[in-house]
Ligand binder design. Structure first.
Ligand SMILES: [Zn+2]
Length: 353
């Protein structure tokens, strides 16, 4: 089996990794990050589980990375993503695993964000011989299908020469992720049409590599059980239609599972058979980070109110030092990620040499 150098993968190495996942019947967790604490926790967890991983930023995560106080929010979203990418490029190889660097949902108003990040990858290609990211997502699923595909073609024409890939969305993932999406969608829109997948394949695979977030009832966020009716057979039917029409190998589409938090394990399992190589996780890891910090604050409540104990004079410096409680957040985040690596069957499967 082909082994890769540890670090950020792009171009042919990215394709090698995607193929290794699909051939091996496993997928990679794609974890939303917002700063160095979460980025380092993802890499630590991947290294511990000997798995490759996807690190991704939403537009809000990228803005937060640059700093909430930055005035121009588009600029902050672009520069925050660039800064996070540089951090990962520098450190990932030292964790001994392969990392796919990606950005999450960009709807129509966020197209300039994606174009701005591509400008930086073009510059990085000139300066360092590599792009900044492995791929970007363009989510025009709320627009009509023709606009969705033609705009994805335009963006992929910029990405392909840089060895970068695009992720698109067909059908709508329910709920909302960082302001993109809506809770108020017709039920049948929650399920992608196989004919739309075929059209995307025919038009985009000519230009470069694309992956597809196909909706099969997935919803962002965690809701009461029973709210979500996952139908992974939609993925199977889409694969079959493309394979038959375009005379391709088995499972020609590289599929992405959005809204994976809180999903039934059996449905996750089934989706792996149908060509899913990436499953997004955000809500559950957000909660895990918060719970790790919250438990610590509960256990050391006085240290979060007083520098020195008002009664007995005990100094609390060690407890309120942000490294103490941020680390508790990281540790709890890592424990939740252990579960994701297990669910997606990627433990021990890193292809880093
Ligand atoms: Zn999503």
């Amino acid at each position: 089996m082909t082994k890769l150098k540890p670090g950020v993968v792009w171009g042919d190495d990215y394709l090698t990794l995607v193929k290794a996942c699909k051939d091996g019947g496993y997928a990679l967790p794609a974890v939303n990050v917002i700063g160095t604490n979460t980025i380092n926790a993802v890499m630590e967890s991947a290294a511990k589980n000997k798995s490759d991983v996807v690190i991704q930023l939403s537009n809000g995560g990228a803005q937060f990375y640059a700093g909430k106080g930055m005035e121009d929010s588009l600029q902050a979203k672009i520069l925050g993503a660039v800064s996070a990418a540089q951090h990962v490029h520098l450190l990932a190889k030292h964790y001994g695993i392969c990392v796919i660097l990606h950005t999450d949902h960009a709807n129509k108003p966020l197209i300039p964000w994606v174009d701005g990040m591509i400008d930086h990858s073009e510059q990085s290609m000139k300066d360092n011989g590599r792009p900044l990211f492995s791929s970007h997502m363009l989510d025009l699923s709320a627009e009509d299908i023709e606009f969705n595909i033609s705009e994805s073609e335009r963006v992929l024409k910029r990405l392909a020469p840089l060895g970068m890939s695009i992720e698109i969305e067909l059908g709508v993932t329910g709920g909302e992720e960082d302001g993109v999406g809506s809770d108020d969608i017709d039920n049948d829109k929650l399920y992608t049409q196989p004919s739309d997948c075929l059209m995307a394949y025919e038009r985009l695979s000519k230009i470069g590599h694309f992956s597809l977030a196909a909706s099969f009832g997935n919803v962002h966020g965690v809701y009461k059980p029973g709210n979500v009716q996952l139908r992974p057979e939609i993925l199977k039917n889409s694969q079959a239609l493309v394979q038959e029409t375009c005379k391709t190998d088995h499972n020609p589409l590289d599929l992405v599972f959005h809204g994976g938090s809180g999903s039934e394990k059996a449905k996750i399992d089934e989706s792996l058979d149908y060509g899913v190589f990436k499953m997004n996780i955000d809500t559950d890891t957000q909660f895990a980070f918060a719970k790790g910090v919250g438990d610590y604050v509960d256990a050391h409540a006085k240290a979060f109110k007083h520098q020195i104990d008002p009664e007995d004079g005990t100094p609390y410096k060690k407890q309120y030092d942000p490294r103490s409680w941020l680390r508790k957040g990281e540790e709890s985040f890592i424990i939740r990620l252990d579960e994701a690596f297990r669910d997606l069957k990627s433990i021990g499967k890193t292809i880093a040499e």
